[in-house]
Design a protein around this ligand. Structure first.
Ligand code: G4P
Length: 527
């Protein structure tokens, strides 16, 4: 019997991994894919070259493994559960890309280095998850190395993230003596991921035989303390983002990853309802809806294609269907939607809510776009962050200004940079969150459009989207600041300020003007 939509939704988990660089995200990703049979492992992840230029952690895997995984999503199946793992770039210069990706997941694994605890980027990404009520499963990695005290790590997570922690497993030793994990609730052990099942034991003292003699007694006492000292795992509190189950292990040594997969299938939510302007859309709603959270160009160097990654929010997306693009109200045929696995792409005949598919297109789709099977609705919440660096683009060949304009427009639609067109007719300004984005822009303008460019400081360093209750107030402000106003890709006005000081000054002088640093895409822009 074919699978119903409800059944298909129930067995899907769409998630991302968040961590500070070096905590082990790449290694863990590789191990998860290995479990899903998505890759055949030939060795361990080796030296990381060019870390700075690594846009995607998966590019690293690709270089090291010689397989093609340069994609934003990887789908794999384990034990009848379909996992969609979304990649988030490792480098903070691409943070806005990461934030957009997090709008498309239902859960996240937070990887912590056992020697380092909560690091700055972990904290930042966690905060984004919290804003979006994304439940978090914690993985304390690198237990095979010298690690901090286990209780101390738990306390730090609890305090820094204001999150109730519940250890689900307890490390058996650490560093050289790390032997596996003890499952606190089940009183069972798993010494490595190659063990499929858990082995029941009669309490922690039995386990400690794996440890050097002088560590045994203390370990058994600590494990008893852990059993009594933490709240019972409450799935509801986890789903609401108040509680995190914590697992220990070593991704490198194949330890603890199997538990993590089980945690995802047992506790992480099936595709969640998504908020649109006119209503909340349940995943099991039979009408198809989806939104674009990422656009990737040049995935295949032989074809100059652009893939829009969409998260299906409800119903089924079928190959060949016609979808309505909310921004324009026009229909577009979805002739070749694709699934991504580690070493191949595959045409997606049917994708269910929770799935992520790539839609090849030639610029019709932009980040934040909503697709439906007819209904006029727009999903909220793919954010646009006020850039922190503003630059003017200087062309080496001034005759190519028109081509540059088109190229910048495309780059902005893909989310590579943001583009602001000043009202006074002066040259366009590009805005980015991190300097590496400018490098990517420069490289791509040269390689793809034959446009060598350089960047010049703009007179401005801060920008804010502006709006007002009364349109007349907005118009007045705009005409009074003509030289400091630009329009973004959607034609929305932004105020450009020289620095934070002048921004504050202007905003105090014009209290009727709202100046915002985060814009949700296409707010109230349903055609
Ligand atoms: P990232 O994507 O979060 O940046 O981290 P990545 O997986 O690349 O791991 C960072 C480093 O930590 C790598 O070492 C990796 O091998 C190591 N690592 C990851 N997980 C574990 C673990 O569980 N235990 C131990 N001991 N190490 C782990 P590297 O020095 O950059 O590369 P390599 O030459 O050692 O492979």
């Amino acid at each position: 019997m074919p699978e119903t939509l409800a059944e298909a939704v129930a067995r899907r988990r769409t998630f991302a991994i968040i961590s500070h660089p070096d905590a082990g995200k790449t290694t863990l990703t590789e191990k998860l894919l290995l479990f899903g049979g998505a890759i055949q492992l030939a060795g361990e992840v080796k030296a990381k070259k060019d870390r700075i230029q690594t846009r995607s952690d998966w590019m690293k895997i690709e270089r090291e493994r010689g397989i093609s995984v340069v994609t934003s999503v990887m789908t794999f199946e384990y034990d009848n559960t379909v996992f969609n793992l979304l990649d988030t770039p490792g480098h903070e210069d691409f943070a806005d890309d990461t934030y957009r990706t997090l709008t498309a997941v239902d859960a996240a694994i937070m990887v912590i280095d056992a020697a380092k605890g909560i690091e700055p980027r972990t904290l930042k990404l966690f905060e984004v998850c919290r804003l979006r009520d994304i439940p978090i499963i914690t993985f304390v990695n690198k237990m095979d190395r010298e690690a901090r005290d286990t209780f101390e790590i738990l306390e730090e997570v609890q305090e820094k993230l204001a999150l109730d922690t519940v250890p689900m497993t307890w490390p058996i030793g650490q560093g050289k003596s790390f032997a596996g994990t003890y499952h606190l609730k089940e009183s069972a052990v798993r010494y490595g991921d190659s063990e499929v099942g858990l082995t029941k034991v009669n309490g922690p003292e039995v386990v400690s035989e794996k440890l050097p003699e002088h560590e045994r007694q203390e370990w058994a006492e600590m494990a008893e303390l852990a059993i009594d000292g933490y709240p019972v795992f409450d799935r509801q509190a986890f789903l609401e983002g108040h509680m995190t189950p914590v697992y220990f292990g070593s991704a490198l040594r194949n330890n603890g990853v199997r538990d993590l997969i089980h945690a995802l299938s047992d506790f992480a939510p099936a595709p969640r309802a998504q908020v649109a302007d006119v209503r909340t859309v349940e995943a099991t709603d039979p009408k198809m809806s989806a939104f674009v959270f990422k656009i990737q160009a040049n995935m295949d160097p032989n074809h100059r294609d652009r893939i829009a990654f969409v998260r299906v929010c409800s119903g089924t997306l079928t190959r060949g269907m016609k979808a309505r693009l909310a921004r324009t109200g026009k229909q577009m045929g979805l002739t070749a939607p694709q699934f991504f696995f580690a070493s191949q792409r595959q045409l997606a005949d049917t994708a269910y809510a929770g799935d992520v598919v790539g839609i090849p297109n030639h610029g019709a789709l932009r980040i934040g776009d909503t697709l439906t099977d007819g209904e006029a609705l727009v999903f909220q919440g793919v954010p646009n962050f006020a850039p922190e660096i503003l630059r003017r683009v200087r062309l080496e060949d001034a005759m190519k200004a028109k081509k540059l304009k088109e190229a910048l427009q495309q780059m902005a639609e893909e989310g590579v940079v943001q583009l602001f067109t000043p009202e006074d007719g002066s040259p366009a300004i590009v805005g980015v969150v991190g300097a590496l984005q400018l490098d990517v822009l420069k490289e791509r303008l040269k390689a793809e459009y034959g446009l060598p460019v350089s960047f010049e400081m703009a007179r401005f360093s801060v920008c804010r989207w502006i709006s007002a209750e009364k349109n007349a107030d907005l118009e007045k402000f705009i005409s009074g600041h003509r030289g400091d106003i630009a329009r973004d890709l959607d034609g929305d006005p932004v105020f450009l300020a020289q620095d934070g000081f002048s921004l504050n000054y202007e905003s105090e002088r014009a209290p009727e003007i709202r100046m915002i640093a985060i814009k949700e895409y296409h707010q109230a822009k349903a055609a």
